[in-house]
Write a protein that binds this ligand. Structure first.
Ligand SMILES: NC(=O)c1ccc[n+]([C@@H]2O[C@H](COP(=O)([O-])OP(=O)(O)OC[C@H]3O[C@@H](n4cnc5c(N)ncnc54)[C@H](O)[C@@H]3O)[C@@H](O)[C@H]2O)c1
Length: 380
């Protein structure tokens, strides 16, 4: 494997379910080179190394000591994010972590401070708002297409993990739940569109205390639910916009949208924020119906792994761009604000929770990919 001096070396830590979407997704960026991987499971690391042609290391420290990695990417489970990210930061490398930043706001804040003290960049998923849907919606808001944004809604509803996952226990314990699992995509999308929040009011409860697992290849018969699985929240944005959020594992069927913004001139419908490139539609007052908006950037982030998972990588490329002085849109500071909101939604608030963090809206990313151009775009 050859690596030219302009390339940024990436080490993968955690070779589980999502890792293929990174191994395959990062291949698309000319500016990035995966230089190694590691996992607590030597077998998983070896399998990933063979499958993707990447060197395998037996520990984070060995991966860092090799010297080829500039950025270490944390793809471990949410409850491990805190300890693994701390270990990665201790190597002096730049760090990008999967979402959520950690399993709680309280554990994440010190890591953001530590990265700052060490002078390394620390970034976090979700990065899907960098895709053409997030950027097209952002341009529509910034251009005033729907006028003043008065309200927003987001519906984080996915249930039924116990119908297909052999052991979804982790989703119903600390670090899981609808807000922390899928909520990051929705709240990051809203903060990208509307800016930071001032306060949150949320109510949360456990739906069913015991969930039977019915998938034929189940490893457990039932799950004792120990965290809230149904939450409803009011989001007060600093801009004055008021958001309504439902985050639930107890909604079995619905006809709800993903995200909508309600403006003085019309409504903007934002597609599934777990994807990068679906269509954004608008219905302005006086127009006959909904119409799609032309994407403001190309859909080069398209691509799926095993016909299911969207390929990942724009956030790592964003961090690599920031090493060259470009805007850092997926910074941990942004993710920390998102996590403080998610924490409040996940657990409910005792009265109004005034946020202790804030953030800048990430810069629009029309030029994100000039430093780490997607290969298919470059080759088109
Ligand atoms: N699976 C998905 O569809 C998906 C999608 C988007 C984001 N994510 C996020 O990606 C992250 C990983 O999810 P996953 O589904 O791949 O989990 P997973 O359990 O399949 O894989 C995690 C891997 O991390 C390894 N690991 C744990 N601790 C480690 C350590 N200290 N050092 C090295 N390796 C360690 C485990 O051995 C395991 O192989 C989570 O934060 C999740 O929220 C997952």
């Amino acid at each position: 494997m050859t690596r030219n001096s302009n390339q940024v070396g990436v080490g993968i830590v955690g070779c589980g379910n999502i890792s293929g979407a990174y191994f395959r997704g990062l291949e698309r960026f000319d500016g990035l080179e995966i230089v190694g991987c590691t996992d607590l499971s030597a077998e998983l690391a070896r399998a990933a190394g063979e499958r993707y042609g990447v060197r395998v290391f037996d520990s984070v420290e060995a991966l860092a000591a090799d010297g080829a990695a500039d950025i270490l990417v944390n793809l471990t489970p949410p409850l491990a994010h805190e300890s693994v990210t701390r270990a990665l930061l201790a190597t002096g490398k730049h760090v990008f972590t999967e979402k959520p930043l950690t399993a709680s706001f309280a554990t994440a804040a010190p890591l953001v401070a530590e990265a700052r003290e060490r002078g390394v960049l620390f970034g976090s998923a979700p990065d899907t708002f960098l895709g053409s849907a997030g950027q097209t919606a952002r341009a529509a808001v910034d251009d005033g297409l729907i006028g003043e944004v008065i309200g927003a809604s987001a519906f984080v509803t996915h249930s039924k993990a116990e119908l297909w996952h052999p052991d979804p226990t982790f989703l119903f314990q600390a670090g899981g739940g609808p807000a922390l699992d899928m909520g990051p995509y929705y709240i990051a999308a809203l903060v990208n569109l509307l800016g930071p929040l001032a306060s949150v009011y949320a109510s949360a409860r456990i739906g069913s205390p015991v969930r039977p697992v019915s998938t034929p290849d189940r490893r457990v018969e039932s799950i004792d639910v120990t965290i809230p699985t149904h939450a409803s929240a009011t989001l007060n944005f600093a801009s004055g916009a008021i958001g309504t959020v439902l985050a639930s594992f107890d909604v079995w069927d619905h006809k709800l949208p993903f995200i909508e913004l309600y403006g003085s001139k019309g409504t903007l419908s934002v597609p599934d924020p777990n994807n990068y490139d679906d269509a954004v539609t608008v219905h302005l007052h006086g127009e006959d119906g909904w119409r799609p908006l032309p994407p403001v950037i190309g859909g080069f982030t398209e691509g799926v792994l095993d016909e299911l998972l969207p390929l990942r990588g724009p956030g790592v490329a964003d961090l690599a761009g920031a090493l060259n002085g470009e805007p850092f849109r997926t910074s941990a500071g942004f993710a920390l604000h998102v996590l403080e909101v998610l924490d409040a939604i996940a657990n409910g608030t005792d009265g109004v929770h005034t946020l202790t963090t804030t953030c800048e809206r990430p810069a629009p990313s029309t030029e994100t990919w000039t430093s780490a151009t997607a290969k298919e775009t470059a080759n088109a």
